[in-house]
Write a protein that binds this ligand. Structure first.
Ligand SMILES: [Zn+2]
Length: 490
């Protein structure tokens, strides 16, 4: 990429203004404002579109997909990493695991061995959770915050909260009740608590009593795990000192897929401003809106920011394996020490920013949309407000979108990192109110090609892509120079 002398001069002029700006609190019209205006001009929709064309060409050359673990993903990784290296970023490839294959070699075993003896019936009383690692363990069972008898409607939070595990004795087999949080979250918590095996049983209300086979996409506790019916769980819970043999006979094969992490050479490393987009597609298609759009927009923002004398460290992440369970972003956040997590002051997520029947949806940092999930961590409301100001400044509408855990911000908000971002909609249906606000067609999905082979470069609204790329540029530039709106974390 060539950089015009005019841009270099503009960056240098602004850099000279920096010491002055730092002597007083940075106000609107300060250095952050100046750089935001420069960057918004530099980030052009036509250049973002060029990255999409490159990703489409990669998919075309690799069987129509860029899914994790495929050559199309690796070519996407090399494209993004190459551009960022050329621009002078410090680029790291972080290998992350995903499940490449899983087979169960023989039926699982769950036997009460003391007091007394009882054999539970595999694939009836209980099923192996796919993709459980293999294991054969005999140990005492310990119930984890069980609600017995069950309440008339589901309320169990068994194994969801850290406090549930406070008295757990490592080496025992955890007995956990279904409810509230995802099975995968209970599995991870059991692993962190040192459980040697895991039995999750159905919660016990009508319709929630039987066991059934289930792929929960989680294996990282490294222990054998089964899903039992309510009767099994209830019986074990009411048997003092129950000891069981739990055996899973499976072959789990893990593949590797790389996150691409790029960091600015400039900026205070104690204050990191981060933007992320998942780089993988589903296997069914090339994933140009989902999520070539977010990828291309943050890539072009990074390339155009390369000469900025940023005050805070700027980090761009291109996540692996989002489509198979946020695996890239989760393993990234897990790999950070508490101190490294604390340095990340802002995380911005961009997953689908060019939907053909778009709405400008901003992650609801202040919970003003009153949807299912609570507000984001402190600071998220301020991130949402800053993005709102961009759309307001162009007299464009915007709506809130719930932090429902469906993209890579999930692991960040789970550890309290202020987060936000833009989303133009997936398989959901556009409302008449949104059609009035944004144009397009009410009663039709925001993206009719969501997770399909037709998610190609033809599946992009060029206006939405251009506007949102500018919004990303504006936001990243402002936070790169000024974090005063974000409250410090304790
Ligand atoms: Zn996505």
């Amino acid at each position: 990429m060539r950089v015009s002398p005019r841009k270099v001069i503009a960056a240098l002029v602004a850099a000279i203004a920096l010491p002055l700006a730092f002597t007083t609190p940075v106000q609107a019209g300060g250095v952050d404002d100046a750089f935001a205006k420069i960057l918004v001009k530099q980030v052009k929709g036509s250049n973002v579109q060029k990255h999409l064309n490159a990703l489409q060409a990669i998919a075309n050359a690799n069987g129509g997909t860029r899914a994790a673990g495929t050559p199309g993903y690796n070519a996407s990784r090399d494209y993004v990493a190459g551009k960022l290296r050329q621009a002078g970023y410090k680029v790291t490839l972080q290998p992350t695991d995903f499940v490449e294959g899983w087979v169960e070699n023989s039926a699982p075993v769950l036997n009460l061995t003391a007091p007394g003896a009882k054999t539970y019936v595999p694939n009836d009383d209980f099923f192996t959770f796919q993709p459980s690692p293999a294991g054969d363990v005999t140990a005492q069972v310990q119930g984890v915050d069980l609600t017995l008898p069950p309440t008339p409607t589901p309320t169990s939070t068994s194994g969801c909260e850290d406090a549930d595990w406070a008295g757990f004795v490592p080496g025992r087999i955890a007995l956990v009740q279904r409810g509230t949080c995802a099975f995968a979250a209970k599995v991870r918590n059991a692993g962190n608590a040192g459980a040697a095996g895991l039995i999750i049983f159905n919660e016990g209300q009508p319709g929630r009593t039987d066991a059934f086979p289930l792929d929960i996409g989680e294996w990282r506790a490294g222990i054998p795990m089964v899903f039992a019916d309510f009767a099994v769980g209830n019986e074990l819970a009411s048997t003092p000192g129950a000891t069981v043999r739990l055996k899973v006979d499976s072959t789990l094969t893990l593949g590797k897929s790389d996150n691409v992490i790029a960091e600015s050479r400039f900026g205070n490393p104690r204050n990191v401003v981060m933007a992320g987009a998942h780089l993988d597609s589903v296997t069914a298609g090339p994933g140009i809106n989902d999520n070539g759009s977010g990828t291309a927009a943050i890539l072009e923002t990074a390339l155009q920011m390369k000469l900025f004398p940023v005050r805070n460290k700027v980090r761009f992440a291109f996540w692996a394996s989002e489509e198979i369970g946020l695996l890239g972003s989760e393993q990234y956040v897990d790999s950070l020490s508490q101190a490294e997590q604390d340095k990340i002051k802002v995380y911005l997520n961009f997953d689908m920013v060019g939907s053909p029947n778009f709405a400008y949806k901003l992650y609801d940092g202040d919970d003003s949309d009153n949807a299912g999930s609570p507000a984001g961590p402190p600071g998220s409301a301020e991130i949402e407000k800053q993005l709102e100001r961009f759309y307001d400044g162009r007299s464009l509408g915007h709506v809130g979108t719930d932090f429902d855990g469906r993209s890579d911000y999930g692991p960040f908000i789970a550890v309290g990192i202020p987060s936000g971002g833009i989303f133009t909609g997936a398989e959901g249906i556009k409302t008449p109110e949104e059609a009035a606000l944004f144009g397009g067609t009410a009663g039709v999905a925001y993206d009719v090609c969501y997770h399909q082979a037709c998610d190609t470069t033809a599946n992009i609204n060029a206006t939405a892509l251009d506007v949102n790329s500018d919004a990303i540029a504006d936001s990243m530039a402002r936070f790169a120079f000024n974090l005063s709106a974000i409250p410090p974390r304790s």
